[in-house]
Design a protein around this ligand. Structure first.
Ligand code: ATP
Ligand code: SF4
Ligand code: MG
Length: 334
C-alpha cells in the first residue's frame, strides 16, 4: 500500500478532525548559482490531534526548511516548488499572505530554531508576551492581560517574578520556556518546536522537555518536535519521522523507531545513541555523501547503505506502510 493510499485510508477510518495537519508531497528548493538545492524533496506526513510527532535526521537534511514551508515562511533563495499543506482541512498553500498571518500563532505557532536568542533584550517578558497576544487579538484590558500572562508563565513552570524580568536576567532554559509561553499564548492546536533544547545543558534540556510534555497534556496541543536529541524524542514523541537528504525515509510509533527500526539509516541513528556504560563510536560522521543539487538516482541513501542492492541504485523506493502505522522507504522488508 502506498503512503498516500494508506494516508487516505487513515483519513477515512479516523475522523477528519483527528489529523490536525496533512503535508502532501512537499518540495522546497534553494536556488544557487550552481543549481537548485533540493532541501525538501517530496515529503508527506500527518500530525494527529494531541500527538507529538518527532522529526529527526542529521544536520542539513531539511527539517527546518520543511517546518518553514508548512508555515509558508521559506525565504529566498528558497521557494516552495510543490506540495499541499492542510491545517484542520484548510489548504494553507491556497491562502493569501493576509489570511496566513491570521493563522500563524492562532492556529499554528512556531518556536523557531534558536528562539531564545531572538527575544528582545530591551523588553520585559510581560511586554513581549503581551505584544504577541495584542498583535492578534487587539488591545486587552490590563488586569485580564496580566492574569493571562501569569497563567501562561505558570503553565510553562516559570515563577511569577519572571513577569517583570528582562531576558538577560533569565537562564537559557527559562528563556526557552518564555518562548514556549509565547507559542501557546493564543491557544493554537499545533506547535512546531525547532530544536527547542539545543544549546542547553542536559539537566535544563530535561526541564524544557517536561515543560513541553505538560503543555501537551494540559492543553491537548499537537507538537512537531524537530531535533537531533533522541533522548528528548524518547521522552516526548508519540511517533517519529526520520528524514534523510530532503526525504522522509521512515515514520513509525516511537517504540518501533527505538526498539525495531527498519530503515538502515534509522538503525545508524539509533546505534549512534551513546549509553551510560558504553561510549559508542559515532558512525554518522560522514554526513551527507552527495550534493543536494545533484541527488543520486534510486534510493537517496544508497551511497551510504550497507545493504544496497542493484534495484536501490536505479529505482526510488516509495514510502509504504509495511506494518500497521509503520511507514518505510526501503526495498528491505518489502
Ligand atoms: N539560504 C540557503 N541557500 C542555499 N541552501 C540552503 C539555504 N538554507 C538552507 N539550505 C540548505 O538546505 C538544506 C536543508 O537545510 P535545513 O536548515 O532545513 O536543515 P536542518 O535539517 O534543519 O539542519 P540542522 O539540523 O542543522 O538545523 C541544507 O543542506 C542547507 O545547506
Ligand atoms: S532501499 Fe536499498 S539502499 Fe535504500 S536503504 Fe533500503 S536497502 Fe539501503
Ligand atoms: Mg534546522
Amino acid at each position: 500500500m502506498s503512503f498516500s493510499q494508506a494516508s487516505e485510508n487513515a483519513r477515512a477510518s479516523v475522523s477528519q478532525e483527528a489529523a490536525v495537519l496533512q503535508v502532501c508531497d512537499l518540495r522546497v528548493y534553494y536556488d544557487t548559482p550552481l543549481g537548485a538545492v533540493r532541501a525538501v524533496d517530496g515529503v508527506s506526513f500527518e500530525v494527529y490531534q494531541g500527538e507529538v510527532l518527532g522529526l529527526v535526521g542529521e544536520s542539513g537534511c531539511g527539517k527546518t526548511t520543511a517546518a518553514m514551508a508548512v508555515l509558508r515562511l521559506v525565504q529566498p533563495p528558497g521557494r516552495i516548488v510543490g506540495g499541499q499543506v492542510f491545517l484542520n482541512g484548510v489548504e494553507l498553500t491556497r491562502l493569501s499572505e493576509g489570511e496566513l498571518r491570521r493563522i500563524r500563532w492562532r492556529e499554528l505557532a512556531l518556536i523557531p530554531q534558536g528562539a531564545m536568542n531572538s527575544l528582545n533584550p530591551v523588553m520585559k517578558v510581560r511586554d513581549q508576551i503581551a505584544d504577541a497576544i495584542e498583535t492578534h487579538e487587539g488591545k486587552q484590558p490590563a488586569r485580564e492581560l496580566k492574569e493571562r500572562i501569569l497563567q501562561l508563565l505558570a503553565t510553562v513552570g516559570l515563577p511569577a517574578r519572571v513577569y517583570n524580568m528582562y531576558p538577560h536576567e533569565l537562564s537559557g532554559g527559562m528563556k526557552q520556556r518564555v518562548c514556549i509561553a509565547m507559542a501557546i499564548a493564543l491557544n493554537p492546536p499545533l506547535i512546531i518546536a525547532d530544536e527547542p533544547t539545543s544549546a542547553l545543558d542536559v539537566v535544563v534540556q530535561r526541564v524544557v522537555g517536561e515543560t513541553l510534555l505538560r503543555v501537551k497534556e494540559q492543553l491537548g496541543v499537537s507538537i512537531i518536535l524537530i531535533g537531533h536529541d533522541m533522548g528528548l524524542q524518547a521522552q516526548l514523541a508519540n511517533r517519529v519521522a526520520v528524514m534523510y537528504a530532503g526525504h522522509l525515509v521512515e515514520l513509525a510509533p516511537v517504540l518501533a523507531i527505538f526498539s525495531a527500526p527498519l530503515h538502515p539509516y534509522t538503525q545508524l541513528l539509533i546505534e549512534a545513541i551513546p549509553t551510560i556504560k558504553q561510549r559508542k563510536p559515532l558512525k554518522l560522521t560522514e554526513g551527507l555523501t552527495h550534493d543536494l543539487r545533484n541527488p543520486p538516482p534510486g534510493c537517496i541513501f544508497h551511497l551510504r547503505c550497507p545493504h544496497a542492492m542493484d534495484v536501490c541504485r536505479s529505482e526510488k523506493p516509495p514510502l509504504r506502510e509495511v506494518r500497521p502505522g509503520h511507514f518505510l522507504a526501503c526495498y528491505l522488508h518489502a
